[in-house]
Design a protein around this ligand. Structure first.
Ligand code: AMP
Length: 204
């Protein structure tokens, strides 16, 4: 797994398998795909050809970029997989998929999405919190889609169920260029100290 993030040569995208209602979501997915291609950032994603996932992958490919899909066999058999990618990894399970996507990338970005997107986003954050990886996790907050969720995370922090450092480690931006710049400068939270103290206080 890559633990350096400064170069951001490959970014894993989590986003809806549906297009959503707001046209800004599709525009943002397309802009992200094009920007990745223009900046030689390889797009790693769930391998689908549906929804915002398909829009981002198609835009990246159309602009000459590299797109790598990681899809479980079951989804591939349902023929929702993209057939024109640079490379497609077909794996056995959803867990294998997330582990391989993490191995292949230097950071994560979430666009609007549903349960699948939120599951992937929070797993990436949980793994960062536990120092299984030290990669930046960003949200491209299109049309304020994630505003309510950010308020909920503030609430979790205020209720002392989420540490300040871990709340702050999530990078949220409404501009893609600024999001990428902040991800490049990401400094991982000092999890070792947290884990030591947590172990002492018997809370892990
Ligand atoms: P959701 O946000 O619930 O639409 O789920 C989207 C996320 O889950 C994506 O980032 C994918 O990794 C995964 N996913 C869900 N549905 C599919 C699908 N039909 N094809 C490929 N990946 C999917």
């Amino acid at each position: 797994m890559n633990t350096t993030n400064k170069n951001l040569k490959a970014i894993c995208l989590f986003c809806g398998s549906s297009p959503g209602v707001d046209p800004a979501f599709k525009l943002a997915a397309a802009a992200l795909g094009t920007t990745f291609a223009q900046n030689n950032i390889r797009l790693i994603y769930g391998g689908g050809h549906v929804g915002l996932m398909g829009v981002a992958a198609d835009a990246c490919l159309a602009a000459g970029g590299e797109v790598v899909g990681v899809i479980p066999k079951k989804l591939m058999e349902k023929e929702v997989g993209h057939t024109g990618l640079t490379q497609m990894h077909v794996v056995g399970t959803m867990h294998e998929r997330k582990a391989l996507m993490t191995e292949l990338c230097d950071g994560f970005i979430a666009l609007p999405g549903g349960y699948g997107t939120l599951d992937e986003l929070f797993e990436a954050l949980t793994w960062q919190q536990l120092a299984y990886h030290l990669l930046p996790v960003g949200i491209f907050n299109v049309s304020g889609f994630f505003d309510h969720l950010m308020r909920f995370l503030d609430h979790a922090r205020d209720e002392r169920l989420l540490r300040d450092a871990h709340r702050d480690s999530l990078i949220v931006d409404t501009e893609l260029a600024s999001l990428l710049a902040r991800m490049r400068n990401f400094v991982p939270p000092n999890n070792e100290k947290w884990l030591d103290r947590a172990a002492k206080e018997n809370i892990v």
